[in-house]
Design a protein around this ligand. Structure first.
Ligand code: MN
Ligand code: MN
Length: 453
């Protein structure tokens, strides 16, 4: 009898049929990843997916009936997908899956456009945790919305189509980098230098700011906007790259925004494809990368409002409903990287292609700021996953006292719901082009499906 515990490589145990399921599943994911690079686009993409399965928009205050398939679109930036089940809510509560759909990027400032040395640039203010140097010399696309004074919204997406131009942030040539090379990475690349090149042709007959005026003329012709319209715009520069298979055996996927689309997508497929009597609430949240603030982030009371509507509709005490509910907070974790081995503790880190990874706790230093799920809830989930042959593992973000991070888990736990972090391990997390293993993506789908069953 072998009494030892060992992590399993998903590929090592998968038969031919399972291998095909893993690879087929990843094709849909790559489309989702490229189609939803910002929270607005991820919401639009997902609304199409759920409407195709018969889900209808929900209006706050309306009664929810058993068997209803609904979605609540919170301001176009966050989405709540609700399957109202037959099971007793006082007994079973709600199965909640939550992931976020915002990713680190460069947001434009409100007065972004200026000209220097006959080149026009857009000023940016970075969003989320980035290593600034990674955003230089890569193709960038502009996504987002411009809301006009009359309330009309214009949606912008330039740089994704092969025929589109892209945008660019310059770097200093190595020949002249002796001074730069002596600085730390933190000091050498300043946020105020993350300026995006957008034009170089001066407008005819202009002497001052002629290139800037040339860019404004193009924007006016394309969108009918003037410079002042940037004041009420949310424009985001994201990498103009498509998700691609990586490796001769195609076992990995590189893409922008795996954090946290790689958890959002399996949440959605688990919710749409699983036969269940449970009530399932699947949340795609905004603003996780900047602390889950605001009325589209997970700290907003809208989740309580929706659970209260459910309780009222089913005639259940909302406190009883919440106490009986369970949540997987689906967010990515760091995958062990042998090239940066000292950042990790090998036994307690997600290994790529060894399955979706549970983080009992996140946080920094002495677990500070962490939800720290109970052994009882993890024991329950072990049973759930074992029944459906889910290969999964546990991990911590990295070596103790090296850094840390947080997720939305604590905001769900705060309203008296058992919650644990679980997600796909990512290599090069928060880089413009992140890497995941296909086996882990599919393992997340299997784990979340087992959870909502
Ligand atoms: Mn995340
Ligand atoms: Mn993140």
């Amino acid at each position: 009898m072998d009494l030892t515990y060992k992590k399993q490589n998903v590929y090592a145990v998968a038969d031919k049929a399972e291998l095909k399921r893993i690879f087929d599943y990843s094709e849909g994911y790559k489309k989702f990843l490229d189609g939803g690079k910002t929270e607005r686009e991820a919401v639009s993409y997902t609304v199409k997916m759920v409407e195709a399965e018969g889900y209808k928009p929900y209006t706050l205050g309306n009664k929810i009936n058993k068997g209803d398939k609904l979605y609540y679109n919170n301001r176009g930036k966050a989405l709540f997908i609700l399957r109202a089940g037959k099971a007793d809510l006082a007994q079973n509560g709600v199965r909640i899956l939550v992931a976020h759909i915002d990713s680190p990027r460069l947001d434009l400032k409100q007065v972004p456009l200026y000209e220097k040395a006959d080149m026009a640039y857009l000023k940016t203010h970075y969003y989320g945790g980035i290593k600034k140097y990674q955003w230089l010399t890569i193709p960038l696309a502009l996504h987002g919305a411009i809301v006009l004074k009359n309330g009309k919204s214009l949606f912008v997406n330039i740089g994704e189509d092969e025929a589109d131009p892209v945008f660019y942030i310059t770097d200093l040539l190595p020949h002249l980098s002796q001074e730069l090379n002596r600085k730390t990475i933190g000091e050498g690349f300043e946020a105020e230098n993350l300026n995006i090149l957008v034009g170089g042709i001066p407008l005819d007959g202009e002497t001052k700011d002629a290139v800037k005026k040339g860019v404004l003329t193009i924007l006016h012709e394309k969108y009918g906007i003037v410079e002042e319209d940037f004041l009420s715009a949310e424009l985001q520069a994201v990498p103009a790259v498509k998700a691609r298979d990586v490796g001769l055996d195609r076992s990995f996927i590189a893409g922008y925004g795996h954090d946290d689309s790689v958890c959002a997508y399996p949440e959605i497929t688990a919710t749409l494809q699983t036969e269940t009597d449970q009530t399932v609430l699947t949340i795609l949240a905004d603003k996780e990368e900047i602390g889950s603030e605001g009325n589209t982030g997970m700290q907003c009371v809208i989740i309580d409002d929706l659970l209260n509507e459910l309780a009222k509709s089913y005639g259940v005490n909302p406190a009883v409903l919440r106490a009986a509910s369970k949540c997987i907070s689906a967010d990515v974790t760091a995958a062990y990287d042998p090239d940066f081995a000292s950042a990790f503790e090998e036994s307690n880190v997600g290994l790529v292609n060894h399955g979706v990874t549970m983080n009992k706790f996140t946080g920094a230093r002495g677990k500070s700021g962490s939800n720290d799920a109970s052994a009882e809830f993890i024991g329950y989930l072990r049973g759930v996953f074992a029944k459906d042959n889910v290969i999964w593992q546990t991990g911590e973000l990295g070596r103790v006292d090296l850094g840390g991070g947080g997720t939305v888990a604590k905001y769900i736990a705060k309203i008296n719901i058992d919650t644990v972090d679980m997600g796909v391990p990512v290599l090069s997390m928060h880089a413009p082009y992140e890497l995941i293993g296909k086996a882990d993506l599919y393992s997340a789908h299997k784990a979340f499906s087992a959870f909502v069953k």
